[in-house]
Design a protein around this ligand. Structure first.
Ligand code: GDP
Ligand code: MG
Length: 177
């Protein structure tokens, strides 16, 4: 079957969100799958990149995923990276309202600075921590719908919805072409 696929696309995406929300943990989860190549490691001061191949019915997608360090002092470095991206996964922690406000700021920044078409998936991570939830699903859905973002709650701990989030982002990028 796969020999009939002749279209290969490459997309560059970023993981953004407050420090501690689970960006690196989400990436580790999808790195477990064997199509992951580690492109760059052990750089604690800059974004780290991995490449994941995702096979769609009519295309191979080379997804270059850039993880980002939390501290705000890297914001200038981030800008040079995200200028070359077509999409982003904006991660917040459902236990942390401030982290949810941060991803909302990112939506406005990215759409303004890069493109109004910029593909964004919101990931409400740590959905396993339901007993300490501070951001309702309804509120997140409302924001995502109003701003044309994909939205999923995820858990890097239980692995729920993790690969699905990346696939949803890739499908949106592919369909936009
Ligand atoms: P980053 O700073 O956004 O890269 O966050 P990390 O991936 O380093 O995760 C920060 C902390 O949150 C770590 O202690 C992780 O083990 C924990 N963590 C990440 N994802 C989850 C999750 O889905 N559920 C729970 N309960 N903890 C998580
Ligand atoms: Mg990290």
């Amino acid at each position: 079957r796969s020999s009939s696929i002749n279209k290969v696309s490459r997309f560059d995406v970023m993981l953004l969100g407050d420090s501690g929300v689970g960006k690196t943990s989400l990436l580790m989860r999808i790195m477990d799958e064997k199509s992951i190549e580690l492109k760059k490691t052990s750089n604690t001061t800059g974004p780290e990149q991995v490449i994941k191949t995702i096979v769609l019915p009519d295309a191979y997608i080379r997804l270059n995923i850039c993880d980002t360090p939390g501290p705000e002092r890297f914001i200038h470095l981030l800008r040079t990276y995200y200028k070359n991206c077509q999409g982003a996964i904006l991660v917040y922690d459902i236990q942390n309202r401030k982290s949810f406000e941060r991803v909302q700021d990112w939506v406005f920044t990215l759409r303004e600075e890069i493109s109004s078409e910029f593909v964004i998936a919101l990931a409400g991570n740590k959905m396993d921590m339901e007993n300490n939830r501070h951001v309702s699903k309804e509120e997140a859905i409302q924001f995502a719908t109003a701003h044309n973002c994909l939205f999923l709650e995820t858990s890097a701990k239980s692995n729920e919805n993790v690969s699905y989030t990346f696939k949803a982002l890739v499908l949106a990028l592919h369909n936009q072409q």
